[in-house]
Design a protein around this ligand. Structure first.
Ligand SMILES: Cc1cc2nc3c(=O)[nH]c(=O)nc-3n(C[C@H](O)[C@H](O)[C@H](O)COP(=O)(O)O)c2cc1C
Length: 250
């Protein structure tokens, strides 16, 4: 298992070939066996095979071709709608349209998404998560007809790989694993933890592509700049409010 996980790489170029229905069923089956809060399964998966819908989903993503070329896009949605409806039909009063249950439902959806990704990779398929979700959640709500209590959380592109990119650099384990208590790194320790990534071949290629001499700047100035972050957050909060997840505010 570790060998497969440790050789994961996001694939962004796909062959124009369908995924066999039984393989897709297995992938969805794997998704539905992830742990969920109270076994409530607070997520829904929208399988988008229609190329027009896939095209619409791809707009705004960093690499639109990954979404366009994939055989299928799975949209994982945080969903308290179905569960709440069931509760109401059983003469109980559900109270799940708030931020706490948004967090639970989002985590449920992401655990399902990762299970699906691992299952797809175990079949030799390529996967890539697409970041369109948080940036244009309002558009996806409209496009996919999501009712109140449902928001998109992750889009997973799956297809037959047309490339085999190198495995991406990772920070050393000490950067992310703490024992018993959080270790607040000193500046020198931060420098040390990043040293290998900052001097890797992958980083050199990125620095050249962006024309900068500092890896951090690629994130703060190009990929995820402050203005975008504020603007997209406002847009996302509006979507959460419209979908009924911020009832504590009202
Ligand atoms: C939430 C999320 C959104 C992502 N969005 C995109 C995307 O829009 N385009 C893209 O090319 N890669 C996207 N990725 C892939 C990441 O760039 C990739 O996971 C990261 O660079 C690490 O590389 P690896 O997956 O090959 O290990 C996304 C990954 C995640 C988890």
């Amino acid at each position: 298992m570790l060998k497969e996980i440790a050789t994961h790489r996001s694939v962004r170029r796909f062959l124009r070939r369908d995924i066999a229905p039984e393989v897709l069923t297995d992938i969805l089956h794997a998704a539905t066996h992830a742990s969920t809060v109270g076994n409530m399964q607070l997520y829904s998966i929208i399988v988008t095979i229609d190329s027009r819908v896939r095209h619409e989903l791809a707009v705004d993503s960093i690499d639109e071709s990954a979404a366009e070329e994939a055989s299928v896009l799975l949209v994982f949605c945080a969903d308290v709608h179905r569960f709440s409806k069931w509760c109401s039909q059983r003469d109980t009063k559900p109270e799940y349209q708030n931020l706490m249950w948004y967090a639970h439902a989002t985590a449920d959806a992401l655990r399902a998404a990762e299970n699906a990704a691992l299952q797809a990779e175990s079949y030799g398929l390529g996967i890539c998560f697409i970041d369109t979700v948080l940036r244009s959640a309002d558009r996806l709500v409209e496009l996919l007809g999501l009712p109140r209590g449902v928001v998109p959380t992750a889009v997973l592109a799956i297809g037959h790989p047309a490339e085999q990119p190198p495995v991406s650099d990772r920070l050393p384990m000490e950067a992310v694993v703490h024992y018993d208590r959080y270790n607040r790194f000193t500046s020198a320790e931060i420098d040390e933890l990043w040293a290998e990534r900052e001097t890797s071949e992958q980083t050199s290629a990125l620095l050249e592509r962006y024309g900068v001499d500092n890896l951090a700047r690629i994130f703060t100035d190009f990929r995820y700049p402050a203005d975008d972050n504020v603007r997209y957050t406002e847009r996302y909060l509006a979507t959460l409010r419209a979908q009924g997840f911020l009832n504590n505010d009202q």
